[in-house]
Design a protein around this ligand. Structure first.
Ligand SMILES: [Zn+2]
Length: 447
């Protein structure tokens, strides 16, 4: 890793002199993967004994030995004993969160005491964690007070300085006065906020413009904030933005051909999110029938995040403990209802809300425990988010023309979905990031 920046520097110098531009680019060396079993999320049946030809960052050809030949001189990764599938997509991460331990200062200390460089270094490690678990693309759902740090991490990954997934960055997030931490400090004590605060449609539009200007691929809006359980046992969330404020953001983002993700639990804030034209609902803990019908009608994406609601429950007989248990139970019901209604569900965990040391693939297990088939769960982390991200055919599939984002596991995840938590081979953009010695033996082709 040490020599990489130096190498890139030399390349830059070469380009500045115009030498590289005047030399025709030689055709990139081909790489071939022998896939014993290939799971194609576009079809139900896995294919046997497939050859995947990769050139540069992309897949050139896929087929069996009768239809695809190995190019002369190609390096071959032998995954004939493995199950190969497209690189996975995580649609709700926070690389700038680390599942903060309340005993160590919790959420607040990051904004009050941590140096930006320290947070960026930890985000770099988080990004690497995603990639090593086979998640070659993430939609990162705001930096929690770390400004436009995600755009910098994304650039460092794209330029090869650090390993990490392809990032869809949302930058700062947006909420209203009274709608996001830090909170609980005395009036007049000026503390930073984990989002950009807006009040009124003019400020809302301005915030969206700023974030888009500084590199946001998506806009993240918090439509609900505090939640509590009322005397009848119902989960009540505090709504934040008005429909008018949200519409200004959605209008601006859509004008830039970008999309808006709305954090919304239920109730008033969820309905405002849908009336305001949100493209994806995040969490959606308690989707009522009207919300489900409206999501279906509007083609709204649903990103449930089951995993995060199972970590760090407060003690059972406290108000927080009751809320935590009610939230998880409601989320399960909403997930089932969304599935039955045929909503477009994408895989997301809210990792960062829990530590990055914990496995992301646990979400697959929770989804299938709630009745989703393993293949549908795989689709929620491949073809479906590819469509949501306007990358249909480019990611989430192993097909000619797609980026060579490819992972492998040893056991069949269609039989045991927990296999997705034991990834043995990861390739992103045609570059091998990791491989088990037993899972892939590279050899140069002689024919
Ligand atoms: Zn989140």
């Amino acid at each position: 890793m040490k020599s990489l920046p130096v190498m890139l520097f030399v390349l830059l110098i070469t380009n500045a002199g115009g030498v590289a531009q005047s030399t025709p680019t030689p055709q990139a060396q081909a790489t071939v993967i022998r896939a014993g079993t290939l799971i194609d999320p576009r079809t139900d049946e896995p294919k046997r004994n497939q050859l995947i030809v990769i050139r540069g960052t992309k897949i050139e050809a896929v087929g069996n030995a009768a239809t695809v030949s190995i190019p002369v001189g190609a390096g071959v990764y032998d995954l004939s004993n493995a199950i190969v599938l497209p690189g996975l997509i995580e649609s709700h991460t926070h690389i700038f969160l680390q599942g903060e331990d309340p005993a160590k200062g919790g959420y607040d200390i990051q904004l009050l005491k941590f140096y930006p460089s320290y947070r960026a270094a930890r985000a770099t490690a988080s990004a690497r964690r995603a990639l090593e678990q086979g998640f070659t693309t993430i939609r990162d759902m705001e930096t929690e007070g770390a400004g436009y740090g995600d755009v910098g991490i994304k650039r460092a990954i794209d330029e090869g300085y650090i390993p990490g997934p392809r990032i869809f960055a949302t930058t700062r997030g947006i909420s209203t006065t009274g709608g996001y931490p830090l909170e609980g400090y005395a009036p007049g004590v000026d503390v930073p906020k984990g989002v950009q605060i807006i009040d009124g449609p003019v400020e809302a539009r301005k915030a969206a413009r700023e974030q888009l200007d500084y590199g946001a691929d998506w806009i993240k809006v918090y439509m609900t904030h505090r939640s509590w359980v009322d005397k009848d046992g119902n989960l009540v969330p505090q709504p934040t933005l008005t429909v008018e404020e949200l519409k200004a953001i959605v209008d601006e983002a859509h004008g830039w051909k970008r999309k808006v993700a709305c954090h919304a639990y239920n109730g008033e804030g969820l309905h405002r999110a849908l009336d305001g034209g949100c493209d994806s609902i995040e969490h959606g803990l308690l989707l009522d029938d009207a919300a489900i019908a409206q999501m279906k009608r509007q083609g709204t994406w649903y990103c449930p995040t089951l995993s995060v609601y199972y970590t760090d429950w407060a003690p059972e007989n406290t108000p927080e403990g009751k809320r935590d248990r009610v939230r998880a139970a409601m989320h399960e019901q909403s997930f089932k209802k969304a599935m039955q209604a045929g909503l477009k569900i994408v895989f997301g965990t809210d990792v960062g809300g829990f530590p990055w040391t914990e496995p992301i693939a646990q979400e697959f297990t929770r989804m299938t425990q709630l009745g989703m088939s393993p293949m549908e769960a795989i689709r929620s982390a491949t073809t479906r988010p590819a469509e949501m991200l306007d990358m249909q055919g480019a990611i989430g599939v192993i097909a000619p023309g797609a980026y060579a984002d490819i992972v492998a596991v040893r056991g069949n995840p269609l039989v045991d979905v927990t296999e997705l938590g034991r990834v043995s081979f990861v390739m992103k953009n045609g570059q091998v990031f990791s491989r088990d010695s037993g899972a892939a033996n590279v050899s140069a082709s002689t024919h």
